[in-house]
Design a protein around this ligand. Structure first.
Ligand code: SF4
Ligand code: SF4
Length: 351
């Protein structure tokens, strides 16, 4: 398992321009594979346009207690980019006036931001319909100061969405680090104990699956069935939905693809699985992503590639829903990860 972020290792892939160069050169430059732009143009879907904002996703920092092999954020304990309270306040001002029905807090491990609880308390007062926190589960067991997070989430009616790459220890720990599986199981049991994930409970607990290698996820409904059976039989754990997410070829997953000599095969597989019907519902069409320093992106992946929104409005402090609606989405070859098979977004399959 990778112990340090690409940034800490001074890897050339810590540079987003280098990642974009790799994604634009070689098989895409010489015409072996069509660029994403040309591919979506075949079905008259270029330029891809932003529709009405429904989901505001806020990345409160890249710091994390884990250093997962495939992290698209390149997160880890050595990342110090953290959203300040001032930027959080600017986000709160926007949440108050936006028509978005979903607020989605992500990271890193969002709970590690020192102002996380304050932000959740303030944001929950606004009355947003679906308030998601993407928790990696192990943070709940990482330190005593986090043990009460399940209760805190419950108090603010937070919808918990957590990564769980597999129902077996071996596959989970390989992707996310030694000991992650056992801590995740304990955290899920803690969440179940107060009502999260139970069949008739309003306390939503969903899991996110992403493949542990250079292959595409299987059918989401079949995976959910297998996860539910295994976690219930082995650990008496219940949850609501499983989202199957395709690994996008950026950041540490791109590094893994290149190091394992799977990059070209993986890009061929993504292009081969391209589904034009998935394009209309990719998450950038109804989502706006805010970075730790308040800048706006079409999605969390574009944020990591430092591809800002194509709009006069660049920062949350200048937010203007009318100006942002209808903007052209910034795309590159990584977008094939969102349109393969049944499609993939932070909410799982889209088609
Ligand atoms: S828990 Fe999530 S943010 Fe943290 S390193 Fe793993 S994938 Fe990245
Ligand atoms: S990577 Fe981002 S911009 Fe590209 S299709 Fe997916 S959500 Fe849209």
């Amino acid at each position: 398992m990778t112990q340090k972020s690409l940034h800490k290792r001074h890897s050339e892939l810590a540079n987003s321009n280098r990642q974009l160069e790799i994604l634009s050169n070689g098989i895409f430059q010489n015409g072996d594979l069509p660029t994403f732009k040309n591919k979506i143009a075949e079905s008259n879907q270029f330029p891809l346009k932003a529709k009405k904002l429904e989901i505001l996703q806020i990345n409160v920092g890249y710091m994390c207690n884990q250093v997962c092999e495939h992290c698209h954020v390149d997160a880890g304990p050595d990342r110090m980019e953290i959203m300040t309270r001032e930027t959080m306040q600017q986000c709160l001002d926007v949440i108050d006036k936006t028509g978005a029905h979903t607020l989605d807090l992500t990271g890193g491990a969002p709970e590690m931001n020192p102002n996380f609880r304050w932000f959740v308390e303030e944001a929950s007062k606004v009355g947003i319909k679906d308030f998601i926190v993407r928790s990696n589960l192990t943070i709940i067991r990482a330190n005593k100061k986090y043990y009460d997070l399940p209760e805190f989430f419950k108090k603010h009616n937070v919808h918990v969405v957590s990564s769980m790459p597999h129902w077996t220890r071996g596959k989970t720990d390989k992707q996310r680090g030694n000991g992650v599986f056992d801590k995740s199981i304990k955290a899920l049991q803690d969440l179940n104990a107060i009502g999260y994930g139970m069949p008739d409970s309003n306390l939503r607990l969903d899991l996110v699956y992403n493949p542990s290698g250079a292959f595409l996820p299987g059918n989401q409904a079949a995976l959910e069935k297998d996860f539910k059976k295994a976690l219930l039989d082995d650990f008496d754990i219940q949850f609501h939905n499983l989202f199957a997410i395709t690994n996008l070829p950026i950041s540490r997953f791109l590094d893994y693809l290149i190091a394992s000599e799977n990059y070209e095969d993986y890009m061929y597989a993504l292009v081969e699985a391209y589904n034009p019907a998935a394009v209309a519902n990719v998450m950038c069409t109804n989502t706006l992503s805010v970075s730790w320093d308040g800048y706006l992106y079409d999605c969390d992946f574009n944020q990591m590639l430092e591809l800002p929104v194509n709009s006069k409005v660049k920062h949350i402090s200048e937010y203007n829903e009318q100006l942002l609606e209808g903007r052209n989405i910034v795309i590159s070859q990584h977008c094939y990860g969102c349109t393969a098979g049944a499609g993939s977004s932070c909410q799982g399959s889209v088609a």
